[in-house]
Design a binder for this molecule. Structure first.
Ligand code: AMP
Ligand code: MG
Length: 390
């Protein structure tokens, strides 16, 4: 049995690389950039009006003659003399002779004249070229997750293609003869399956797009044959259940028969002591506990970091810190991952930590890590936690 620390080290040491590809930004959502991106333009590109109003030349008096109009998108320039101006709209190119844009709300119009109704502040209401980002500046760093804002930002810089790490193909193997799908009638001895949809949705949240889920009968033949099949076509295999010590926990043997190199089995932790991690060629193999909450928590602690690493995320540390709202005792001599809610800089650990109970994970956003060596942590002391991604 190994410690949590050793397990995490093993996962980081055995990470896989999936290579990169150059793809259109519409296909790059939730991918990680595999190189820095520098801006090739100034943003804004030209002097832009920040308001709807009037761009005037040599602002000094209370009235101006309006001699034209410039709309957003117009490419024309209108030459202005002192005391002249143009009607202008937000985002439009400001004439080069104009030094200020007066807000529409500040003037009264009378024919082709405007009369200032309010004293105006020093603000010119003109956006300066390069004010947001300058040509040649770093726009986004290697390892940045391309979320919606990042993609919008890149598109605004004229970037239509990006080089990102490839995403893994993931196979979920759900074991358990007792499992039935929600929506079907339950017969004696059966239970409804939680983990199939849960793991699929967790992977979707992590940005994985190729996920196939297989139900596996609790026989050695079925387990061995599905493992053989998925090892050939996927980068990650995540098994749910069948990894403990019961006579019908057959996944570890199925991995062994198929030549998976076992990196660890059993971590001195709660929940989920029996958990499997192995590697064959460039495929990582995880065997998670069948108990739904234990499955969820061990996915967060071990599978998610491995996925993110393979997808090109650059992480300095997995754990964050917060101060404990209530004292906690650990008499188990094992490490604990406790579901909790982090708010600001403090963290509240939930009462219900049952391995089978998913309900108390619904509102959890963190898993507080307590080491096996720690027996007591007082209120107000600092603890480490993993952020939940769900
Ligand atoms: P196992 O890890 O296969 O020994 O399963 C441990 C416990 O979790 C058993 O009570 C199983 O019935 C339950 N379990 C296993 N897989 C699932 C699942 N997909 N959904 C809900 N409960 C499960
Ligand atoms: Mg089972």
């Amino acid at each position: 049995m190994i410690s949590v620390k050793e397990a995490i080290t093993s996962i980081l040491d055995n990470s896989i690389s999936l290579g990169t590809h150059h793809i259109h930004i519409t296909k790059a959502s939730d991918s990680y950039l595999s190189s820095n991106i520098y801006s090739t333009i100034n943003l804004p590109l030209f002097r832009q009006s920040a308001m709807d109003g009037f761009a005037v030349c040599q602002y000094n008096g209370d009235s101006y003659k309006i001699i034209g109009e410039i709309q957003a998108g117009d490419s024309k320039d209108i030459a202005l003399k002192k005391g002249e101006g143009v009607r202008i709209f937000t985002g439009a190119r400001v004439p080069k002779d104009a030094d200020i844009v007066i807000m529409k709300e500040y003037v009264e119009e009378s024919g082709d004249e405007i009369l200032l109704q309010k004293k105006i502040s020093q603000k010119t209401n003109i956006r300066i070229p390069g004010e947001l980002i300058k040509e040649g500046d770093l726009a986004l760093k290697k390892g940045t997750l391309l979320n919606s804002a990042a993609l919008g930002f890149l598109s605004g810089l004229g970037v239509d293609k990006v080089t990102v790490s490839q995403k893994p193909r993931v196979a979920i193997l759900v074991t358990g003869n007792e499992l039935e799908k929600a929506g079907t009638p339950l017969t004696e001895g059966k239970i409804y399956d939680s983990n199939s949809i849960m793991l699929q949705m967790l992977l979707k949240k992590a940005g994985v797009t190729i996920v196939d889920c297989f139900n596996v009968e609790d026989t050695q033949a079925a387990s061995t044959s599905i493992v053989k099949e998925v090892l050939e076509a996927y980068d990650f295999i995540i098994a749910s259940g069948g990894i403990s010590v019961g006579d019908y926990d057959l996944m570890r043997n199925a991995f062994h028969i198929n030549g998976v190199d076992e990196k660890f089995y059993k971590i001195n932790q709660r929940p989920g002591k029996p958990i499997y991690f192995g590697k064959k060629d460039n495929t990582l193999v995880f065997g998670l506990p069948g108990n739904p909450a234990a499955c969820f928590i061990n996915y967060q602690a071990y599978v998610l970091p491995a996925l993110q690493l393979a997808m090109g995320k650059i992480t300095d540390t997995l754990f964050k810190t917060a101060t404990l709202e209530d004292a906690i005792t650990n008499t188990t001599k094992r490490s604990l991952f406790l579901r909790a809610e982090v708010k600001g800089s403090s963290v509240k650990i939930f009462k219900n930590q049952n391995s089978a109970m998913l309900q108390s994970l619904v509102n959890a956003n963190a898993l507080v890590y307590i080491s096996e060596k720690t027996t007591q942590i007082e209120k107000g002391e600092e603890v480490r936690y993993l952020e939940i991604l769900q």
